[in-house]
Design a protein around this ligand. Structure first.
Ligand SMILES: NC(=O)c1ccc[n+]([C@@H]2O[C@H](COP(=O)([O-])OP(=O)(O)OC[C@H]3O[C@@H](n4cnc5c(N)ncnc54)[C@H](O)[C@@H]3O)[C@@H](O)[C@H]2O)c1
Ligand SMILES: NC(=[NH2+])NCCC[C@H](N)C(=O)O
Length: 703
């Protein structure tokens, strides 16, 4: 006969709701009925005592939550890890639980004082004894899991809790005899749910619906094939019966007021040790260095929030605060992740924020050789828009052709590194894999830039509101004039809506006056620009009167056909077929243009490049060295341009749809601004503003 299960409980002599440390306690301070608490605890005690040996720990005055012995610690065999409570309101319980474990013959392990772990409330053994599920996110720290794995010599699987109602693992997760699992998936992040599904076969996963979950149905005491729990729905009871469990329901409403139920009130103290199970945990930890305007630029918050949102945890090891407005700060942060993949994702995003490994940890990048042309090694590092350096032969090498969504190919002999699209990878290329030995150089926004106080600095505003459009246009005009007059480069990518909204004349003027140095678009902007130039319509609508013209729906095809007859747009201009408009001005002013084909194209025009790879290459060629890009009402081409543009290029994204503007201008406010407005109106205002800068004083007739 197997040893009887031994369970530790603590009488509710001093139980009450004296403070709030979880959502269930809110509004319940001193509202637990004393008599009913005692009655409910006794009923649970007797239900358990009929099926197991119950040990008692002496309740202590002033520690009302001591009744929840699940949080006393975690036991496996002769070893006990005493809890380290997250909230000070429960930290006074620790000595009493430690004393009980010591007095009952356990080897007691204690975590560092600043490393919270709340015992079996956040750690539950798979009932087949194969591994330990360990929760983190509210009360226990991920960094406690490697200690647990080592001290208890068991495999630890980390589960991240994301719903504060289920702040302890045992409130939403209950391993059952026979390898079954009673749990509430929405209490966990996606990674954790995938891990559960990998380990527990579908037929053994009993998913609890929310109405039962909020009654703490998962907070159940499983003794062999009996489950003792708070009242639950008939359907859940039936499902448990169907897989062979006897359900014993006992009311625990008074303890729910403190955020606990059956399992919380118990701690199994004779968990069996499986000889063939040994310490392992996929938890990884790295220490990184962050420097910059960590507080006023929000880098520190972004970094730490990102770590947690990706399923990791952090500990700030030290922080040197920059004391002057212009001085920078530095911080060393220890980052932990439940496994290597999560760590890589976190490190990739930290690197984007400018984090670097500690000097003593800096090592060369890892590379793997391309085995098949066009295919990168699995774990290749995906490049970003930010200037990047990689460690090669113990030297930092700047990555050339910086762009997002590429691999980084290094040549150790020549000490070079460059971004290379997957399709351009050649067999034998050395491609960077992993996240070691890389750093990015982030352009620090200073306080004034962020607060828009610097005169005529490119003001990042995220997504504009209408009332700010005029102000932004003024600044953009000033910037464009600066770029032009300093011999810089402005590239425009535009969609056919520019033409439909009457913007052709304004864009043509910008080109004519030297503000545009390259035009990137699709078939449509050229088609409808030339349609308007030749026939006065756009999409068959008379641009002067704003009404459709008879047969107008054929105009754009007539135009395409005429240009095809000439050979291409330039020849159509030279032959006098096209005498005005955007494309006319490009030809006449030698402004290069690239038209990238798409599935929607009519014709297409002879100049439209239907080979997408070639079109992308031509775009990239024309973007080289640009200082500023205007993205005018074309989501497709603007995203394509954004993907191939490195950080440091100022971007103006104009679209009527805020969502599009937000997406396109999401590159940090130092270099991008989004303007939600009609593109025709924007271009009209821009031309007016540039005219004002060119002729600041209105010409007064002297006649
Ligand atoms: N006849 C043709 O050959 C033809 C016709 C249409 C599109 N196309 C092709 O399809 C592809 C996608 O076209 P696209 O870039 O126009 O489509 P898109 O959907 O990518 O972008 C159009 C953008 O214009 C915005 N917009 C609409 N009205 C606006 C206004 N008044 N002011 C400001 N913004 C406004 C929309 O919100 C949208 O973001 C292109 O390659 C184009 O050449 C071809
Ligand atoms: N294993 C558990 N879920 N214990 C419940 C503990 C309840 C207690 N009021 C707390 O917030 O800590």
């Amino acid at each position: 006969m197997t040893d009887s299960i031994r369970i530790l409980m603590c009488a509710p002599d001093h139980y009450d709701v004296d403070y709030v440390i979880n959502p269930w306690m809110e509004g319940n301070i001193h509202k637990s009925a004393r008599d009913r608490s005692v009655e409910q605890w006794n009923q649970l005690y007797h239900a358990i005592k009929e099926r197991a040996i119950v040990e008692l720990v002496e309740p202590q005055k002033g520690w009302p939550d001591m009744v929840f012995t699940a949080n006393a610690g975690l036991v496996l065999g002769d070893n006990a890890i005493v809890s380290r409570f997250y909230h000070k309101e429960r930290q006074g319980e620790e000595p009493y639980f430690k004393e009980w474990f010591a007095n009952n013959g356990f080897n007691v392990f204690e975590l560092p004082k600043d490393l919270p772990f709340e015992g079996a409330g956040d750690a539950l053994f798979d009932r087949e004894g194969r591994w330990l599920w360990a929760g983190y996110g509210f009360r226990s720290e991920l960094d406690s899991h490697p200690y647990i794995a080592q001290w208890l010599d068991t495999e630890v699987l980390s589960l991240r809790l994301i719903d504060e109602r289920f702040y302890h693992l045992d409130t939403c997760f209950c391993p059952l005899t026979g390898g079954y699992l009673l749990y509430y998936p929405p209490a966990f992040d996606a990674y954790s749910n995938r891990l559960i599904e990998l380990r527990i076969p579908e037929e053994k996963r009993i998913i609890v619906e929310e109405p039962d979950a909020v009654k703490f149905a998962c907070n159940a005491v499983n003794i062999n094939h009996t489950i003792i729990m708070n009242q639950i729905s008939e359907s859940l009871k039936q499902r448990l019966n169907d897989v062979g469990f006897e359900v014993v329901q006992t009311p625990l409403s008074e303890f729910l007021k403190a955020g606990g139920a059956a399992k919380c009130l118990t701690l199994r103290v004779n968990e069996p040790v499986l000889e063939d199970v040994h310490a392992s945990t996929p938890v990884e930890s790295r220490t990184v260095q962050l420097t910059g305007h960590l507080l006023d630029a929000g880098i520190m918050n972004k970094a730490l929030d990102m770590v947690v949102e990706n399923g990791g945890s952090f500990k700030v090891l030290n922080f040197e605060l920059g004391l002057e407005r212009q001085s920078t700060s530095a911080a060393q942060v220890r980052v932990s992740a439940p496994d290597h993949n999560v760590m890589e994702e976190i490190m990739t995003q930290l690197i984007d924020l400018g984090a670097v490994a500690l000097p003593q940890e800096v090592c060369d990048i890892n590379t793997e050789t391309v085995a098949k042309a066009g295919v990168a090694p699995d774990d290749f590092y995906v490049s970003t828009i930010y200037p990047t350096e990689v460690r090669v032969n113990c030297e930092w090498v700047k990555v050339q052709n910086q762009r997002m969504d590429a691999a980084i190919v290094v040549d150790p002999q020549n000490m070079t590194a460059e971004c290379r699209l997957l399709r351009d990878l050649q067999k034998g290329d050395h491609v960077m894999v992993g996240v070691d030995g890389i750093r990015t150089v982030r352009q620090a926004e200073d306080r004034d830039q962020r607060n828009g106080k610097k005169e005529f600095t490119f003001m990042g505003s995220g997504v504009s509101s209408e009332r700010r459009v005029e102000l932004l246009v003024e600044q953009i005009a000033w910037e464009m004039r600066q770029v032009r007059d300093q011999g810089g480069k402005v590239v425009v990518t535009a969609g056919p809506v520019v033409i439909h909204t009457g913007g052709a004349q304004h864009l043509a003027k910008l080109i004519r006056e030297g503000y545009v140095h390259a035009l990137l678009g699709g078939n449509a902007i050229a088609v409808h620009d030339i349609e308007q130039a030749m026939m006065g319509t756009s999409l068959g609508v008379d641009m002067q009167r704003g009404i459709p013209v008879s047969g107008g729906h054929r105009h754009h095809l007539k135009v395409i056909n005429a240009v095809r007859g000439c050979g291409n747009i330039a020849q159509a201009v030279e032959q006098g077929l096209i005498t005005k408009g955007v494309m006319y001005e490009c030809v006449k002013n030698n402004v290069p243009f690239a038209l990238a084909g798409s599935i929607r194209d009519d014709g297409p025009l002879p100049d439209t490049e239907m080979d997408l790879i070639k079109a992308q290459s031509r775009y990239a060629e024309l973007i080289q060295g640009t200082d500023m890009i205007l993205m005018l009402s074309t989501m497709l081409h603007s995203i394509g341009v954004g993907n191939m543009t490195p950080a440091g290029v100022k971007m103006v994204c104009v679209d009527i749809n805020p969502a599009v503007v937000t997406k396109l201008s999401d590159r940090g406010s130092v270099e991008s601004v989004g303007i939600v407005t009609d593109v025709g109106l924007f271009l009209s205002l821009l031309v007016q503003q540039l005219d004002k800068l060119t002729h600041p004083y209105p010409v007064v007739s002297t006649v």
